[in-house]
Design a protein around this ligand. Structure first.
Ligand code: DGL
Length: 269
C-alpha cells in the first residue's frame, strides 16, 4: 500500500483527460495536477524546449510526495521523454505506448490515423511504435496546430462554429483514407471527442490519457502501490490565471474545482 499521490502534467487543459480517467479507474488515489498554462502550447516548440519544459514540470511535481508521474502530454511523450524520465526515483509514464498499443489492439483493417501537435507528428514516434506493434499497418498522420488554442479558448462545445471549421479543415484529410481507428495523439483532443466522432463517423477513437490511466492502474496494482485510503483528492496547479483554468476544467470534468486550484510562478519551476 502506498498513500503517496500520483503526479500528472500537461501544457494546459489536455492532461485533464487523463485525470478524469484516473479518477474513474482509481477513485481512492490522490492526484496532483500541473498545467503549464503560462507556456501553452508546447506543440509548436522545438524538441530541446519541450524537453526543458517537461523536466521542469516533473521537478515541480517531485516536490510533492508522489509515487508516479503521468506525462499526460502527447507532445512531451513523443519528444524525448525517455531521455529524462530515467533520472527520477519514481516511474514517469508517457501516453505514447498505451495509446499505440490500444490502436494496434482495436484496428481490424490495419489502417490507422493519427492526429497530434506539429511537434508530435514531426517526431514520427507514433508511427515507429505502431510499426513495431503491427508491422505492415498503414498509417496516416495529420498535424492539427490550431486545435489546442481553440480548446484552450474554451471553444469545446459540439456545434461551436470555430471548432467545427478548424476540425473540418484537419479531419477532411482522412476522407479518402479509409481508416478504422484514430489516435487522438494530443491529450487535449478527447475534450472534443464528440466533434471528432461526428466528423469521422464510425471510427474507433483512442484516448491517450485514458489508456495511460488504465495502464498505470495495472502497474501500481502489480507492485502493491495502490493506496488504502477511502477516497482520493485532487489538487491543481497552473502557471497562469487560476480563474480561466478552473472555469474550463469545471466544464470538462463536470465538477467544480475552483477552490482546489493554485497558481505557481514559472520562475520557480
Ligand atoms: N496536450 C498536449 C499534447 O498532448 C500539448 C498540446 C500543446 O501544448 O501544444 O500534445
Amino acid at each position: 500500500m502506498d498513500r503517496r499521490a500520483i503526479g500528472v502534467f500537461d501544457s494546459g487543459l489536455g492532461g485533464l483527460t487523463a485525470v478524469k480517467k484516473l479518477m474513474e479507474v482509481m477513485p481512492r488515489e490522490d492526484i496532483i495536477y500541473f498545467g503549464d498554462t503560462g507556456r501553452v502550447p508546447y506543440g509548436g516548440r522545438s524538441r530541446e524546449t519541450i524537453i526543458k519544459y517537461a523536466g521542469q514540470d516533473i521537478e515541480f511535481l517531485r516536490k510533492f510526495n508522489i509515487k508516479a508521474v503521468v506525462a499526460a502530454c502527447g507532445t512531451v511523450s513523443t519528444n524525448g521523454l525517455e531521455e529524462i524520465s530515467g533520472g527520477f526515483d519514481f516511474p514517469v509514464m508517457g501516453v505514447l505506448g498505451p495509446a499505440a498499443s490500444a490502436a494496434a489492439r482495436m484496428t481490424k483493417t490495419g489502417r490507422i490515423g493519427i492526429i497530434g501537435t506539429a511537434a508530435s507528428i514531426r517526431s514520427g514516434a507514433y508511427e515507429r511504435r505502431l510499426m513495431e506493434l503491427l508491422p505492415g499497418c498503414r498509417i496516416f498522420s495529420r498535424a492539427c496546430p490550431l486545435l489546442v488554442p481553440v480548446i484552450e479558448e474554451g471553444r469545446i462545445r459540439k456545434g461551436d462554429r470555430l471548432l467545427s471549421l478548424v476540425a473540418d479543415e484537419y479531419l477532411s484529410y482522412f476522407d479518402d483514407k479509409d481508416i478504422d481507428t484514430l489516435i487522438m495523439g494530443c491529450t487535449h483532443y478527447p475534450i472534443i471527442a464528440d466533434t471528432i466522432a461526428e466528423r469521422l463517423g464510425g471510427v474507433n477513437l483512442i484516448d491517450p490519457g485514458g489508456e495511460t490511466a488504465k495502464e498505470l492502474s495495472g502497474f501500481l496494482r502489480e507492485r502493491g502501490l495502490l493506496t488504502d485510503s477511502e477516497k482520493g483528492s485532487c489538487r491543481f496547479y497552473v502557471s497562469d490565471s487560476v480563474e480561466g483554468f478552473a472555469e474550463k476544467a469545471d466544464i470538462f470534468l463536470q465538477q467544480r474545482i475552483e477552490g482546489q486550484v493554485s497558481r505557481v510562478s514559472i520562475d520557480e519551476l
